[in-house]
Design a protein around this ligand. Structure first.
Ligand SMILES: C[S@@+](CC[C@H](N)C(=O)[O-])C[C@H]1O[C@@H](n2cnc3c(N)ncnc32)[C@H](O)[C@@H]1O
Length: 292
């Protein structure tokens, strides 16, 4: 099919009109941030951001399968001394468009440089807003389990009476726990905060995110052979991650130079055998990026 494993040039809202409905398993993307990168790929004024975004997200919704997920990496900027509300406005507008705002993940940039600002500190995190079309969507939590860590040795060797039963949240958060369930386990589920370094290597694009970011969500929300779409693909990071994990990809960008950059980057991918790696639950050091 002409849109499978391709990087296409154009406005994503237009290009996606050629795609069949319900054909994509995961949309993972980082759109141009409001007004921030005027000199590279055109800024959108924060006040106009929602209006600019909505026709595109309507197409995202049309092409996404009912079992699929849409993960949006975004962070509001400071305008005239305060945080602009365009991301919050966008969340509300996407809900009105029919999306469910299912979850919010945080990317904590663990290597951000120190700095001094008069009335705030260095911004060290970004949002990953998780939208779905349906309450029931595909999720493979085992694929992102992490080692239980040293705390378990002491904590789990000395269980109290309440540790043996389900301890419901005292504040009605719905997050109860039964500590004894974790005795003898080597892996646990992660939190919704991802600690990742920012992308430092020069990929000739000014807004590259680390490949571990799409990787984590691709493992969580898709199976090998599924289709992953990045409608604002930039240097091709999402497609790179999809390809090496044995998923199909579709990338779109409005700047021709970035299409070339993505192609160049993808030509260096060595595909892993994901079904085997996923069963082992171990992806840690397997990635090979020849061009990176
Ligand atoms: C934040 S960057 C994405 C960077 C990417 N995540 C990476 O790792 O390289 C956003 C990209 O969206 C592209 N873009 C802007 N408007 C677009 C549109 N209407 N349709 C498709 N791409 C667009 C820009 O050219 C830019 O490369």
């Amino acid at each position: 099919m002409e849109y499978i494993n391709k990087i296409l040039l154009g406005d994503c809202g237009d290009v996606l009109k050629n795609l069949p409905e319900n054909s994509v398993d995961l949309i993972f993307t980082s759109p141009p941030y409001a007004d921030q990168r005027k000199n590279t790929y055109g800024g959108i004024h924060p006040d106009d951001y929602v209006e600019w975004f909505l026709p595109k997200s309507l197409e995202f919704k049309r092409v996404l399968k009912p079992t699929g997920s849409f993960v949006l990496n975004i962070k509001e900027r400071v305008v005239a001394g305060e945080r602009h509300t365009y991301v919050l406005d966008l969340i509300l507008a996407l809900r009105s468009q029919g999306w469910l705002w299912t979850e919010e993940y945080i990317w904590h940039k663990k290597n951000s440089f120190p700095g001094k600002w008069p009335n705030r500190f260095r911004d060290s995190w970004e949002r990953l807003l998780h939208f779905t079309k349906d309450k029931k969507f595909k999720i493979y939590q085992e694929n992102v389990m992490i080692p239980i860590g040293d705390w378990a040795k002491d904590r789990l060797s000395n269980l109290s009476d309440t540790d043996q039963i389900r301890d419901e949240s005292k504040v009605n958060s719905g997050f109860g726990k039964n500590i004894s369930n974790w005795v003898g386990r080597k892996k646990v589920y992660p939190t919704n905060v991802l600690y990742l370094a920012t992308e430092c290597s020069n990929k000739n694009h000014s807004a590259v995110f680390p490949v571990e970011l799409p990787e984590w969500f691709i493992k969580l929300f898709t199976e090998p052979g599924d289709l992953v779409l990045d409608p604002f693909v930039g240097s091709g990071t999402t497609c790179f991650a999809a390809m090496e994990l044995g998923r199909n990809y579709l990338g779109i960008d409005i700047v021709e130079e970035y299409i070339d950059l993505s192609h160049e980057r993808l030509s260096g991918v060595q595909i892993r055998i994901p079904s085997v790696a996923e069963k082992k639950g171990d992806y840690s050091n397997e990635r090979v990026e020849k061009n990176g």
